[in-house]
Design a protein around this ligand. Structure first.
Ligand SMILES: Nc1ncnc2c1ncn2[C@@H]1O[C@H](COP(=O)(O)OP(=O)(O)OP(=O)(O)O)[C@@H](O)[C@H]1O
Ligand SMILES: [Mg+2]
Length: 488
């Protein structure tokens, strides 16, 4: 968790990274036995050395017979360990898919849709066929391992009995005493077992360290959003504004430009609305503005200071953002708002004032345990909220920050008309003197902004106030008319 927290959004949005995270996650907990195994090895080696010394004095060549009995099985173990590891590595995406199917098939968030679309059987069949493919492969390796293991064990037994027969014969011919017989056959048997155990122990340790490698290779992933050597502070308060200068951006491992040649200024204290079709690049602009990603070309400045010369943490301290896919934390109502500014999570006055701004206060008043109410369905006595109620709680998080810049991505999508008007009336009061960006498909929300940017395929099509854009009679006017007509 500590290392994952250092990484970029980019990593979390990549399947390759998800595989590595999954492998590391599986290995982190399971390898504790490695240490005790290594101490066990040391103990066994000590015993072997003592016994071998005795054997060496009486019948040195017997020692030569030992390797014959265990080398084949060591070879086998090494080989099958590697095979098992490779398989577990190749199968990481499938295992993640299994985990995902299991989650969809049996969780509170998905139950409604799965039931109504009758997806239960479909998910089970898909789970079964995937699990079966993995099972077949595992069975193949296990069968091979068991078969060869028996052959090698047989070889070891033959070597042991050959040695035993030889010692017995020497005793009969009178060269060894009965005492020698007891000592030699006993120590040969123990040595054989111990040697095998030590060497198998080494192969097992080597096998385990292949898995451990996954953990360390995860630790080697470095963040790509780099902190500058001499980071500048975020200009607070913002006096001039935020400028996009010829900004272009492609998501990693993709070819197409999501935004291109984007230049505009967000003046200090201004409320700017971004409108545009789905996929026009609005959320992406927010990710760039908050340095979750760096632009592929051009730059973004705040009061003339490039975002790249500030650390991401410094930027995040000064912006309050709620994304359209905000989190519904299964925490108490208080913590759901408090996480918006984690240092102030116990500052009840601040939490209440944030809740009042976002209308979450009414929602919380209705809960039986008020601010102490556990939310969500995951834990005992949790209360679920409606979509709009969750959204009000989420908006309160943004208000918890001492933000110079407030960004709300679809903040009112789930709010009723009355709540929407009210949230914005309060937002206007709060945002006075603060710079704000609002993204919305609802023109009732958008028209409140001082200025509106109409985006099309990541470029600015039109810009101006609601009245100016209507007078222009372009795309904005057309979309506004379309939506307004629906209400008449
Ligand atoms: N992590 C990602 N990796 C690759 N492509 C992405 C990623 N996120 C978004 N995209 C692509 O970038 C484009 C712009 O997406 P973005 O989320 O910015 O749109 P949007 O304007 O916010 O749309 P909406 O109104 O639906 O929220 C889309 O075509 C999308 O497919
Ligand atoms: Mg979006």
């Amino acid at each position: 968790m500590a290392h994952a927290a250092k990484l970029d959004l980019m990593h979390f949005e990549s399947a390759e990274y998800q595989d590595r995270l999954e492998r590391a996650r599986r290995q982190a907990a399971g390898r504790n036995a490695l240490l005790s195994q290594m101490f066990g090895q040391a103990q066994d080696i000590l015993t072997v050395a003592t016994l071998a010394a005795g054997l060496f004095v009486y019948a040195p060549w017997l020692i030569l017979l030992l390797p014959l009995s265990f080398i084949p099985s060591i070879w086998g173990e090494t080989r099958f360990n590697t095979l098992a590891y490779m398989m577990s590595r190749w199968r990481t995406p499938e295992r993640r898919e299994l985990e995902y199917l299991r989650h969809i098939g049996a969780s509170a968030e998905t139950a409604k849709e799965v039931k109504l679309f009758g997806l239960g059987d479909y998910l089970i069949t898909r789970f079964k066929s995937l699990a079966h493919a993995i099972y077949l492969e595992n069975r193949h390796v296990t069968t091979l391992r068991a078969t060869w293991g028996s052959v090698f064990a047989a070889i070891a037994s033959v070597a042991y009995y050959a040695a035993y027969a030889y010692i017995v014969w020497r005793t009969i011919t009178g060269e060894f005493t009965l005492g020698d017989l007891a000592f030699l056959s006993g120590s040969f048997l123990r040595l054989n077992g111990l040697f095998q155990r030590i060497l198998l122990g080494f192969t097992a340790i080597a096998g385990q360290s292949m898995y451990l490698d996954d953990l360390f290779s995860f630790f080697e992933i470095e963040p790509t959003i780099l902190a500058p050597a001499n980071p500048s502070p975020f200009p607070a308060p913002i006096t001039q504004g935020i400028r996009f200068e010829g900004v272009g951006f492609k998501y990693p491992e993709t070819e197409n430009w999501v935004v291109r040649d984007l230049s505009f200024t967000l003046a200090a204290g201004e409320t700017l609305a971004l409108v545009g079709e789905n996929g026009a690049g609005k959320t992406t602009i927010v990710k760039l503005l908050t340095r979750l990603y760096d632009p592929s070309e051009g730059r973004i400045t705040v009061d003339g200071v490039d975002l790249k010369s500030m650390t991401a943490n410094e930027i995040h301290r000064h912006v309050g953002v709620i994304f359209q896919d905000f989190i519904r934390y299964s925490f108490t109502a208080r913590d759901n708002i408090g996480v918006g500014r984690i240092e102030a999570k116990d500052d009840q006055a601040r939490i209440e004032s944030a809740a009042e701004q976002s209308l979450a206060d009414d929602v919380i008043d209705k809960l039986p345990q008020g601010y102490d109410q556990q939310l969500g369905r995951l834990f005992k006595q949790g209360r679920d909220l409606s979509g709009g109620e969750w959204q009000k709680v989420a908006i309160a998080r943004a208000y918890m920050r001492d933000a110079e810049l407030i960004i709300l991505d679809e903040p009112t999508a789930a709010l009723d008309a009355k709540a929407e008007a009210e949230v914005f009336a309060r937002f206007k009061g709060l945002a006075a003197g603060k710079t704000a960006v609002i993204i919305s498909h609802r023109f009732s929300t958008v028209r409140m902004a001082d200025r509106i940017l109409v985006l099309d395929n990541g470029a600015i099509l039109e810009a101006g106030s609601h009245e100016e854009l209507l007078a222009l009679g372009g795309r904005y006017a057309e979309l506004f008319e379309l939506q307004a007509a629906g209400y008449r």
